[in-house]
Design a protein around this ligand. Structure first.
Ligand SMILES: *Cc1c(COP(=O)(O)O)cnc(C)c1O
Length: 380
């Protein structure tokens, strides 16, 4: 069955007990055992919960994977994946990635003896060159955050497998509607479901999707052993969001293409980063490995921080806030918001300058969004 149908049906059969059409919120910590060791598949909600299980099946289906695991946040999902590694292991990561992932690698796993080398995110050969005898995993985001560079997933997957290392892809920016990394050769997909999958800025969550039963067992072991699971309500809200992912992404993309074209060449704008623009350095790759271009746009304004400050102050529909992927449009200033965890020299070296602004284009009418941006730019 096709994506839209799977989003509504997979993992979400009517409740066998009551016939409830919507998967119920199983707000319970524990489950009765008829006799010792005899139960209906659930013992304790950290280990397994029916509402969470429905979400795990649904998201696995949307990513085209055999197994899904849900977590309390995107970073909890990332932590579970990195926890498969050991002291002395080495990770190669793209150099344009979520600030929280960088912080986790450099300030948490680093203390446990995991080392990471960062390479130019869009150069597949750099990943191979950075490998050592201890490399166990490649970690990428594509499109990357916040510069919207792309990684050729198929090319990097080949390099990973030739060298016997795992390829993990943070697919948060694309969403499974736009890109399915497992089909392109990745071993592990991670999402912050806080973003497009939840889609309504009303929850924090994460998922891991894999095909390989051995990776599944390792991540599932960590899910239960460390316990960063979502509660039943958050799992339910995520399921509620996921049902409409396809229709939302269609509109996010339509609006983003429209605004990116408007911003491209605007006299107050230095540069626009959007994979859907023919001028994007990897537009051809975007057309090949994605089925759309997503709803995120970044841009450098002319006039540095003062221009950014004026622009942000005069927007009325784009709310200044961290996060992305919700129904409402947001504007973010990566330098001090989402990417503040990266030391400033390193941040600027990576192109996250003081004139960079990131837009999460929402589902409002695109003409209203354009008018809002036009007005704010006129005040710069
Ligand atoms: C938000 C985000 C994360 C972290 O997810 P949380 O749910 O906030 O823990 C990871 N990767 C990307 C690309 C993100 O945007």
């Amino acid at each position: 069955m096709r994506f839209e149908t799977r989003a509504i049906h997979d993992g979400q059969k009517p409740d066998p007990l009551t016939g409830a059409v919507t998967v119920p919120v199983y707000q319970t910590s524990t489950f009765q055992q008829e006799s010792i060791g005899q139960h209906k598949g659930y013992e304790y909600s950290r280990t397994g919960n029916p509402t969470r299980h429905a979400l795990e099946e649904a998201i696995a289906s949307l990513e085209g994977g055999a197994y899904g695991l849900a977590f309390a946040s995107g970073l909890a999902a990332t932590t579970a994946v990195l926890s498969m590694l050991r002291t002395g292991d080495h990770v190669v990561a793209g150099d344009d990635l979520y600030g929280g992932t960088y912080r986790l690698l450099e300030q948490v796993f680093c203390r446990w003896g995991l080392t990471t080398t960062y390479v130019p995110v869009d150069d597949p050969h750099a990943y191979e060159q950075a490998m050592t005898g201890n490399t166990r995993m490649i970690w990428i985001e594509t499109p990357s955050n916040p510069l919207l560079k792309l990684v050729d997933i198929r090319a990097v997957a080949e390099i990973a497998h030739k060298n016997n290392v795992y390829l993990a892809v943070d697919n948060t920016f694309a969403s499974p509607f736009v890109q399915q990394p497992l089909a392109l050769g990745a071993d592990i997909v991670v999402h912050s479901t806080t973003k497009y999958i939840g889609g309504h800025s009303d929850l924090v969550g994460g998922v891991v999707v894999v095909d390989d039963p051995a990776i599944f067992e390792a991540v599932k072991f960590h899910q239960n052993a460390a316990g960063a699971v979502p509660g039943p309500w958050d799992a339910w809200l995520t399921l509620r969001g996921l049902k409409t992912l396809a229709v939302r992404m269609d509109r996010h993309q339509e609006n983003a293409v429209f605004l990116a074209k408007y911003l491209d060449g605007h006299p107050k704008v230095e540069q626009v980063y959007y994979p859907g623009l023919p001028g994007h350095a990897q537009h051809a790759l975007a057309k090949k490995q994605m089925s759309g271009f997503g709803g995120m746009i970044s841009m450098q304004l002319k006039g540095g921080y003062a221009a950014v400050e004026a622009f942000v102050a005069h927007l009325t529909l784009f709310t200044l806030a961290e996060s992305l992927g919700g129904v409402e449009s947001l504007v973010n200033y990566p330098a001090t918001m989402t990417h503040a965890a990266i030391p400033s020299e390193e941040r600027i070296r990576r192109g996250i300058t003081d004139s960079l602004v990131r837009l999460s284009v929402g589902l409002e009418n695109k003409l209203d969004l354009k008018a809002d941006i036009a007005e704010a730019l006129s005040r710069v």
